[in-house]
Design a protein around this ligand. Structure first.
Ligand code: UDP
Length: 383
């Protein structure tokens, strides 16, 4: 497991941990000045906890929750994220950051939240396969710990489940009724089986202990703010196209995915958590518009007017050949469906990457496999 270190957005670690617990208990002192009185009122509002809050989806969710007036405690162990992703939120008066691993999070640290959102798990295949035990235990032990905390505090739990639940699907598109087809011993199993077990844990805690749970099975999502070294296909292709590096298609590129723009996805999560009946899901959240990986590469080359060539590399083991969500249930239960076309979403994501590349060092973002082999030999941390 990753080392657990105290780090917080304001004050010393000790101060913040204490203040978080105090706020949760609603303790206050008399004789406060106006600023402190306002802080006291804020303290009375139960916070929400976003685990994995510095990750791609987590950081967007934190921003949305803050916009809606929530007090947010962001928990992250920074195993695949960087503090930069939430630098725009750090100074927000209703935002707190806890550098913690969810397997070790305690009730004192989270105070008395009304909801716990669990988005804490590496989601990019190259990252979650790098440390498979951490990946598995984050989903299993981490989920168990969060559900235990939710039970103690009377909080509702959101679990970011995944289309990987369906594995190598034998039905298409995938509905929630489909039980999936996962290789239990393959390289993706640490992620897939961890997420499957997390769903099971959610329902055990709901049925046995009355913890309200909400589960979304999230399909491929992309958008501004993805780490440039994330390794997933959309960001890889965009960075390669802008850098003029070869675009690396794994396999023959006929495998399909369905890409959902991040704002649409966050809207789906919000609706799922806000739904007033006892609908728990699991519910698919994703964009049903399906595209081959090769078409995606061509689309990105065209939009960026890149001179990059498209090259082929070996297909990773157990790479699912097709993936497309059936979102009838999301529409029926949440009146949700994506609003952003792939074209619009790619334009927005490309603009974001361009801006970040202008500010940074292009050589650090090298996704050219030949150059990367060399970087690895030299001990660099390139993907
Ligand atoms: N892929 C690719 N080139 C890349 C990265 C990914 O061809 O540089 C392929 C990958 O093999 C898979 C699809 O794109 O078929 C989506 O991969 P990603 O890692 O984004 O997520 P997955 O859906 O596999 O979890």
């Amino acid at each position: 497991m990753n080392e657990v270190v105290s780090l917080v957005s304001r004050g010393s670690p000790k101060e913040i941990c204490v203040s978080t617990a105090e706020k949760g208990n609603g303790n206050g002192r008399a004789g406060m000045n106006g600023k402190r009185a306002a802080h006291r009122i804020e303290s009375l509002q139960r916070p929400v906890v976003v685990c994995g809050g510095a990750g791609f989806l987590g950081s967007h969710l934190c921003a949305r929750l803050l916009n809606e007036g929530q007090r947010v405690i962001c928990v992250d162990n920074f195993c695949t994220s960087e503090v930069d992703a939430i630098s725009h939120l750090i100074e927000h008066p209703r935002f707190e950051l806890l550098h913690r691993d969810i397997t070790m999070l305690t009730e004192e640290e989270i105070g008395n939240p009304s909801a716990i959102f669990n988005l804490a798990c590496a989601a990019s295949p190259i990252h979650y396969q790098r440390s498979p035990l951490d990946t598995l235990f984050t989903s299993v032990r981490g989920m168990d710990n969060l559900l235990r905390l939710a039970r103690l505090r009377g909080a509702k739990v959101f679990q970011a489940s995944t289309s990987e639940i369906y594995g190598h699907p034998t039905i298409h598109p995938q509905t929630e009724k489909y039980w999936g087809h996962v290789n239990t011993i393959g390289p993706r199993a640490c992620y897939d089986e961890g997420k499957r077990c997390a769903e099971t844990l959610c329902f055990i805690y709901q049925n046995e202990y009355g913890v309200p749970v909400r589960i979304a099975r999230i399909f491929n999502t992309y958008g501004p703010g993805m780490r440039l070294k994330d390794g997933r296909v959309v960001i890889n292709f965009i960075v390669q196209a802008l850098a003029g590096d070869p675009i690396t298609i794994y396999g023959d590129g006929t495998q399909t995915r369905s890409f959902c723009y991040v704002d649409d996805l966050i809207e789906g999560i919000m609706r799922l958590m806000d739904v007033t009946n006892d609908f728990s899901g699991p519910v698919n959240l994703g964009n049903p518009s399906e595209i081959t990986v090769r078409e995606l590469a061509e689309r990105i080359v065209q939009i960026t007017q890149s001179t990059s060539e498209i090259i082929v590399q070996p297909l990773p083991v157990d790479d699912p050949p097709r993936r497309r969500p059936d979102i009838s249930l999301a529409y029926e239960a949440l009146a949700w469906r994506p609003q952003t076309t792939l074209e619009e979403g790619l334009q927005l994501t490309i603009r974001d990457v361009e801006e970040r590349l202008e500010q940074g060092d292009l050589s650090l973002l090298n996704t050219d496999p030949a150059k990367n082999r060399q970087s690895r030999l030299m001990g660099a941390n390139a993907i």
